[in-house]
Unconditional design. Structure first.
Length: 101
């Protein structure tokens, strides 16, 4: 059975998505603040809405339980997170995602 360090190493894509999500403010994504927030970054629900995917799928990706996101999903997440070209390259270089053709 894999230990926590091994599992984290296998989930580069999910860890990257979570990091980008936590660093992006709602204002940077064009969302308006609606009350008190416990976190400064985007909530999973906000990212899912911006990317056009389900909240459950974002959670599965971040946890490493969904290991093969499609090119369309990776592209939608990159666009929603407003990633620059080097970050998009990292996104597609993660071993769990498909590379664009």
């Amino acid at each position: 059975m894999a230990d926590i360090a091994d599992m984290a190493a296998m989930n580069h894509f999910g860890m990257a998505v979570r990091g980008w999500r936590e660093r992006m403010s709602p204002q940077d994504s064009g969302l308006t603040l609606g009350g008190a927030r416990r976190i400064s970054g985007l909530r999973r629900e906000e990212l899912a809405g911006l990317a056009g995917i389900s909240v459950d799928y974002v959670m599965l990706l971040e946890q490493g339980r969904a290991r093969n996101p499609s090119v369309q999903v990776v592209t939608a997440l990159a666009r929603a997170l407003r990633l620059d070209r080097p970050s998009v390259t990292i996104c597609f270089a993660a071993p769990t995602s498909h590379r664009p053709r």
